[in-house]
Design a protein around this ligand. Structure first.
Ligand code: IVH
Length: 706
């Protein structure tokens, strides 16, 4: 210290004040970061009440590391970057680990991983580093645990604590079923047949996701505060004074490392220690892979980054370890972490951020959906600034309020969600959120019918609904009109070019007016008009989906098109006739019939017909309607029909083809390798059982064999 440029400039008084103040600012920030981090360590390790997500914690820790690297003169021995782990607590007695439990350094992408290994290669020398093998493991998001075995018997369990001294949680850990209380002697390898004198087995205690969900729903029902994530609930469950409570919490354990083994077996590779652990009865993750190149390590990491949600428990990354214990010894450790292992952290799936406001959006059928407006936050691989809150009850259950700090979660491709507020950070006086009385767009009242969870804007002319309806009409899956996105629709609505979906087909007569809108050139207008023209030939199912009929999604649209074969046949059908369609329930049928009964909608249909849209279904029934009113179940494989083909043969003749046998079933067609339950049920109910020949005769004549 004291000899670098910044110091001299400040000391002789000739340096710029800017330079001095940036140094001063760094020092202040370092002091501030340390106290924030120490406080969060305390909340995390001792109180089990973390106020920020792990990822936010990493952001703070990284900022501190960066500043200390830039201004090493400010590093103090008590900085969290210089001490291992968190702090101890008074509830459990202290235990000194035989071998300290180190933490891991983190990398966040393949480049950093490569740099980690380059550094190690330099330390080892190219020859020693060549042909190295890596063990790739999952980084389980739970609590590190050290289990001590003496003479093969489980003796003690301790948390990591500060790495040197942990807490004795033996009685609680004893309740975890997957932890062996007595090691198994392996006979497969005589060198390992003897159970060692003492053995420290390290691994992770965690709560599988299913157990976590079940625990939280029990707690919700009992009016108890819920845990934010499986890691917190595993920590909370381990910290119980009463082991019976821990026992009820369905904790699991996976071992991944040996600590000290005085008097125990010797190994030359990590992979060998893992097989030893597995042979001795310890659970070891089946996903662990031994590979011999860094590119395979990256493949492992990429795979699990994308498949993390296929696992029954949470992971927050992968851990890469050098396999050879001799090379490990050569590489050694830094003050905090081994050089021979590294954690590849995956993008966080949970972050905390500010809930700036709760607003309401109006959908195409008038549904009013509250959503969170968030301070943008990078989570689950993308920046999230909004998240749905679904409905009034969901907001109340989560008790999120404008001004709260909230936990935001985005797992894989799943849409982002607000998990809940961080109550400890709630500013005083925040009022609970209440659903607005009026539509934020047209100001007409929002109605929540009794017994429903959804509010609706009942004003059919609400501009927000018009926008959503027309944008949906042009969307993929519906009429698929490229260029007619939400923003364009909004512009056309604003200038009064269109009001309804049918108006879209008038746009070709309004080219001059479109041309006056900024941003619309000749080419984009021609492309849009061509896309609108092309939309006229879309299948009837797409059109039905595009019409914004409540409860008619893409699948129901296709089902109705297929069943009725034309727009007119559907438009003139009664609710009962529609409900007779396989897969269409009474609520949907009523909604469809009601929609066609509204004069404005009839008018839309007439206009769309006049514009030349396709009103014909994919399979207008051409086969004789021999099976009208019959329900034929097919089970097993038939020689002359695929599964879909048999179904098609039945439905195209006016019959239904349900998947299960009931009192209403007319006949059961039995092919090769049929479902035993279906045949038994048919026999019990006295329903005729047909072979393939009888089925063919039935299709043709509509007669059951006598
Ligand atoms: S090895 C010296 N392997 O990650 C090696 N740790 O950030 C120390 N963890 O405290 C640990 N899965 O709680 C190792 N397969 C794995 C792991 C793992 C999860 C946790 C463990 C450790 C933390 C370090």
């Amino acid at each position: 210290m004291g000899t670098d440029g910044r110091e001299r400039i400040a000391a002789d008084g000739s340096g710029s004040t800017e330079e001095t103040s940036s140094e001063e600012r760094a020092r202040e920030r370092i002091v501030q970061l340390r106290s924030i981090i120490i406080r969060h360590n305390e909340l995390y390790y001792n109180a089990d009440q973390p106020e920020i997500s792990d990822a936010d914690y990493d952001v703070l820790a990284n900022e501190l590391r960066r500043l200390e690297a830039e201004f090493p003169e400010f590093i103090t021995p008590d900085s969290p970057t210089q001490v291992i782990g968190g702090v101890g607590s008074a509830q459990f007695s202290a235990v000194t680990h035989l071998q300290p439990m180190m933490s891991l350094d983190n990398v966040f992408d393949a480049e950093e991983l490569e740099r980690w290994w380059k550094r190690n290669e330099r330390l080892l020398g190219a020859e020693a580093a060549g042909g190295v093998r890596f063990v790739c493991e999952l980084k389980i998001d739970g609590l590190a645990m050290s289990l001590l075995y003496r003479g093969g018997r489980f003796e003690r369990a301790a948390t990591r604590g500060d790495g040197r001294i942990g807490e004795d949680v033996t009685e609680n850990v004893r309740t975890i079923a997957s932890i062996p209380k007595q090691m198994v002697h392996s006979n497969s390898d005589s060198s390992r047949a003897d159970t060692p004198g003492m053995l420290e087995v390290r691994g992770e205690v965690f709560m599988p996701r299913e157990a976590f969900e079940a625990l939280n729903s029990r707690r919700r029902e009992a009016g108890e505060p819920i845990f934010a994530n499986p890691r917190n609930s595993a920590a909370g469950s381990l910290r119980q004074k009463d082991p019976l409570i821990t026992a009820s919490r369905e904790l699991s354990f996976l071992s991944y490392q040996l600590g000290a083994t005085p008097g125990g077996p010797e190994f030359s590779s990590h992979a060998d220690t893992l097989s030893f652990l597995a042979d001795a009865g310890f659970p070891v993750s089946p996903e662990i892979r031994v590979v011999d190149s860094l590119s395979e390590v990256i493949t492992f990491c990429t795979h699990w980054q994308h498949h993390r949600n296929d696992l029954p428990y949470d992971i927050d990354g992968a851990v890469i370890k050098v396999d050879s214990l001799r090379l490990r010894e050569e590489l050694g450790n830094t003050a905090k972490a081994p050089r021979w292992a590294i954690a590849m952290k995956f993008p966080p799936e949970e972050r905390t951020t500010l809930l700036k406001a709760i607003e309401v959006s109006i959908g195409r059928t008038g549904k009013a959906t509250p959503f969170a407006v968030l301070e943008p936050v990078f989570v689950g691989g993308s920046t999230v600034s909004m998240a749905t809150l679904h409905n009034e009850d969901q907001v109340a259950v989560k008790d999120v309020r404008e001004g709260d700090t909230v936990i935001v979660r985005k797992a894989g491709d799943v849409i982002p969600e607000v998990v809940g507020p961080v109550l400890a950070l709630r500013p005083e006086g925040l009022a609970p959120w209440t659903f607005p009385d009026n539509c934020p767009v047209c100001q007409k009242p929002l109605i929540r019918p009794v017994g429903e969870s959804v509010h609706r804007c009942t004003n059919g002319d609400c501009p927000a609904q018009s926008l959503a309806r027309i944008a949906h009409f042009g969307s993929r899956g519906a009429l698929d009109i490229e260029g007619l996105g939400e923003r364009t629709v909004q512009t056309f609505l604003d200038v009064g070019l269109i009001e309804t979906v049918a108006d879209v087909y008038e746009l070709k007569n309004r080219i001059d007016r479109i041309g006056q809108i900024e941003g619309f050139g000749g080419v984009s207008i021609q492309n849009l008009l061509a896309a609108i023209e092309a939309s006229k030939t879309r299948p009837l199912g797409n059109l039905l989906f595009g019409l914004n009929i409540r409860h008619v999604g893409a699948t129901i649209g296709q089902t109705l098109a297929k069943a009725f074969g034309s727009m007119d046949r559907l438009a003139n059908a009664s609710a009962d006739e529609i409900a007779a369609t396989e897969g269409v329930g009474g609520v949907i049928a009523a909604s469809v019939a009601e929609w066609f009964a509204v004069p404005e909608n009839r008018d839309t249909i007439d206009r769309l017909r006049a514009y030349g849209l396709n009103f014909e279904g994919p399979a207008a029934p051409s086969a004789p309607q021999t099976l009208t009113g019959m329900a034929i179940v097919v089970t097993g494989s038939l020689a002359g029909f695929s599964r879909d083909g048999a179904e098609e043969a039945i439905t195209s003749r006016g019959g239904k083809s349900p998947r299960s046998v009931s009192k209403k079933t007319t006949a059961v067609v039995v092919g090769n390798d049929p479902g035993a339950a279906k045949v038994t049920k048919a026999e019990e109910l006295g329903i005729p059982i047909l072979d393939e020949a009888a089925f063919e005769a039935l299709l043709e004549t509509g007669q059951l064999p006598t």
